[in-house]
Design a protein around this ligand. Structure first.
Ligand SMILES: [Mg+2]
Length: 111
């Protein structure tokens, strides 16, 4: 039984998918191609929201993007889990502001 909460299990499933289709030797791990695929999925996420397609659509398209992100980490040779925690640590230090009625967390550089 696989631990569905485990990043390691998710990464192993994506690695197995890459291996099954030999992505490494068939262009499936070329970064420019992967960026295009991720952009495509982001568009699908957008359509779920703007066309009111509902949560099931949104969850599936977010999963598509997450799978691509994990695969991009494999292709580019970095640890996405480490990158996630390093970035969360930075975000936790940042301030928030309301801008045009919405909250924004960023590194604000005052004019
Ligand atoms: Mg999709």
């Amino acid at each position: 039984m696989k631990d569905k909460d485990s990043y390691r299990a998710m990464l192993a499933a994506v690695q197995a998918f890459h291996d099954k289709h030999d992505f490494k030797n068939t262009g499936g791990e070329e970064l420019a191609y992967r960026v295009a695929l991720m952009t495509e999925e982001l568009g699908e996420i957008s359509a779920c929201v703007t066309k009111g397609k509902g949560r099931e659509c949104l969850s599936e398209e977010c999963a598509d993007l997450l799978i691509l992100l994990l695969g991009t980490a494999i292709a580019a040779g970095f640890r996405l889990d480490d990158a996630f925690w390093d970035k969360m640590e930075k975000l936790e230090q940042r301030q928030s502001r309301m801008i045009n009625g919405r909250i924004r967390v960023s590194e604000f550089r005052d004019n």
